[in-house]
Design a protein around this ligand. Structure first.
Ligand code: PBG
Length: 330
C-alpha cells in the first residue's frame, strides 16, 4: 500500500502555495552578516578588483552602509580594515591603536544607528603586519602562539572599548578564546560576545579577501601551521569544543560551501549557534559564473545561502548579504 501510485512526492511540489507550505528551511535577512572593508579618506568607494560588486569604503561611507543594513533587515556587519601600508609593521602595532580604521568605523556606525545593528570585528593581526601573517613571527618565520595571544587580547580590548558587540578571533592560535574572555570580563565588557572562528581551514578560497585588506602581496608562504588542514573533520569538533569551554558564545566554520559537512556535524554535536562564512573566493566563483553566463546571480545566491541553513547554520557571513536581503524584500 505504501507505494506508488498512493504515494507521489510530486503532489506537494505541484503549486507555488504548496511549495511554500512544505518548505523546511526559510532564509530571512536576519540570517545574514555583511562583511565590509574599511579604508582611509572621506567619501571613498574603492572597488575591489577580485571581488566584483564589493568595495572598500571610507568611515563616513561605512556609516551609510550601516544605515543600509538596518533598512534591509540585516542584523550585523563585520569590519575588516585595509590598513595603510605605512602603518603596517612586524608586530602589527596599529591593531592596538584606539584610533585605527576599525575602531573609528565602529564609533561611526554606533553614532549612525546605535544598537539597531550589531558590529562584529575580526581579531587577527594580518591586516596590520608587514608580513601578512595573523600573528607575531619568530626568527624562523613561525607564528608564535603565546606571544600572538597576548597581542590579540590587546586588539580585542580596543575593539570592545570602541563599542564592538562581537569580537571574532580568526587567527586560530591555541587558547586565545579563554584569555580574551577573561580580559573582557576583567575590563567590565560582560556582554561583549565572542564568535570564535573555531574551525577555520587553510583554504585556497581567501585570495580576494587578502587583496581587499592589502595583505595578499605581503604574505610569504601560507598559514598551514595554524589554520586547519582541509582534510580534517574530527579535529574541527575538538577545536569547537575547546572554544566553547573557553567561553565562546558562538562558533564559525570557514570557508562555507565546501565545508557544509562540518557545519552539520558541529550543529548536531553541540547544538550551539553555528555560523558559516561564505568567503571571498566563493563569492568570486559565483560572480565569475554569472559573468560567464553559466548561471544567474539571484537563484545562485539564494540556493547557496539556503543550503547553509539547511545544513544547520544559524547564520551566514556573506558579501552577497545586501543582494540577498533585497531579494527577500528587505
Ligand atoms: C584574517 C581573515 C581572513 C579571512 C577572514 N579573516 C583571511 C585569512 O585567514 O587569510 C578570509 C575571509 C574571506 O576570504 O572572505 N585572519
Amino acid at each position: 500500500m505504501s507505494q506508488y501510485p498512493h504515494l507521489r512526492l510530486r503532489r506537494t511540489r505541484a503549486t507555488t502555495w504548496s511549495r511554500a507550505l512544505y518548505r523546511e528551511t526559510v532564509l530571512t535577512p536576519a540570517d545574514l552578516i555583511w562583511p565590509l572593508f574599511v579604508t582611509e579618506g572621506r567619501g571613498v568607494e574603492e572597488p575591489v578588483g577580485s571581488l566584483p560588486g564589493v568595495s572598500r569604503w571610507s568611515v563616513d561611507a561605512i556609516a551609510d552602509r550601516a544605515r543600509e543594513a538596518v533598512a534591509l533587515g540585516i542584523p550585523c556587519v563585520a569590519l575588516f580594515p585595509n590598513t595603510p601600508h605605512a602603518l603596517r609593521n612586524e608586530t602589527g602595532t596599529e591593531a592596538h591603536n584606539p584610533q585605527n580604521l576599525v575602531c573609528t568605523a565602529i564609533r561611526a556606525i554606533k553614532d549612525a544607528v546605535g544598537d539597531d545593528l550589531g558590529v562584529l570585528t575580526d581579531v587577527a593581526l594580518d591586516p596590520y603586519t608587514s608580513h601578512g601573517q595573523d600573528g607575531l613571527i619568530d626568527d624562523n618565520g613561525y607564528v608564535a602562539n603565546d606571544a600572538t595571544v597576548d597581542a590579540l587580547v590587546g586588539q580585542a580590548l580596543v575593539q570592545a572599548s570602541a563599542g564592538a558587540d562581537i569580537v571574532a578571533p580568526s587567527d586560530m592560535m591555541d587558547g586565545r578564546i579563554g584569555v580574551i574572555r577573561e580580559a573582557l570580563e576583567d575590563q567590565g565588557h560582560h556582554n561583549v560576545q565572542i564568535m570564535a572562528y573555531a574551525a577555520k581551514y587553510a583554504s585556497a578560497f581567501y585570495g580576494p579577501f587578502r587583496d581587499a585588506v592589502g595583505s595578499g602581496g605581503l604574505l610569504k608562504g601560507d598559514k598551514k601551521t595554524y589554520q586547519m588542514d582541509p582534510a580534517n573533520g574530527d579535529e574541527a569538533l575538538r577545536e569547537v569544543e575547546l572554544d566553547l569551554l573557553e567561553g565562546a558564545d558562538s562558533v564559525m566554520v570557514k570557508p562555507g560551501l565546501p565545508y557544509l559537512d562540518i557545519v552539520r556535524r558541529v550543529h548536531e554535536e553541540f547544538g550551539v549557534p553555528t555560523f558559516a562564512y561564505q568567503v571571498s573566493g566563493e563569492y568570486a566563483m559565483i560572480e565569475a559564473a554569472v559573468a560567464a553566463g553559466a548561471g544567474e546571480r539571484e537563484p545562485l545566491v539564494m540556493e547557496t545561502l539556503t543550503a547553509f541553513k539547511r545544513a544547520g547554520a544559524s547564520g551566514v557571513l556573506t558579501y552577497h548579504a545586501p543582494v540577498a536581503a533585497r531579494l527577500m524584500g528587505g
